[in-house]
Design a protein around this ligand. Sequence first.
Ligand SMILES: [Zn+2]
Length: 201
Amino acid sequence: MNCKEALPLIHEYLDGDLQGSDSRLLKEHLIACQTCHALFKQLEKTDALVRMLPPVKASDTLTAQIMSGLPPMKQRNSWMDFIRRHPAASVAVVFGVVMFGSFMAMWNDDTSLMVKGSNLQDVIIQGDTVIVPQGHTVQGDLVVQRGTLKVEGDVTGNLTVIDGTLNLASTAHISGQVTQVNEALGWVWYKINEFVGMLSH
Ligand SMILES: [Zn+2]
């Protein structure tokens, strides 16, 4: 089994629909392939969190935050229902759109660092540290996951650090919003929020 064949099976597995020889083949691939294993662990964690989400309540701050970005009531409910009924599928869509969408992305397999941005040529990566050097400008948004982001130069878009550390030098200039997401649940909401943001644009 290759990675392309494994991905849909991972989602079937998380939805509880995977049986027999497919299940065995997937297990074999996950043991052999670090990339898919890491993705599986991430999806499994996300899937479990989405399943634990409380019922939609207006008083729920996080939910309200997400909802505020959404159109009419009826659509809101069916959208949340869809996520509740198909958590793995929803997460897959989020991953698909966010991770493999219109952005350039770079992964460092050793440290599982992820850097995402529309323009990465002015970014220096040393181990799990991502540096925007002084005098350099990153056009557009910059997202760093599981690493340290050190900004000495300019970023014209939004800056997001997920499960990492942000280090802003006095010379740094960020034109957009700076967001730090550290909790796993915050990360899920961040992904969903980002996904909804993309839908509404
Ligand atoms: Zn694989």
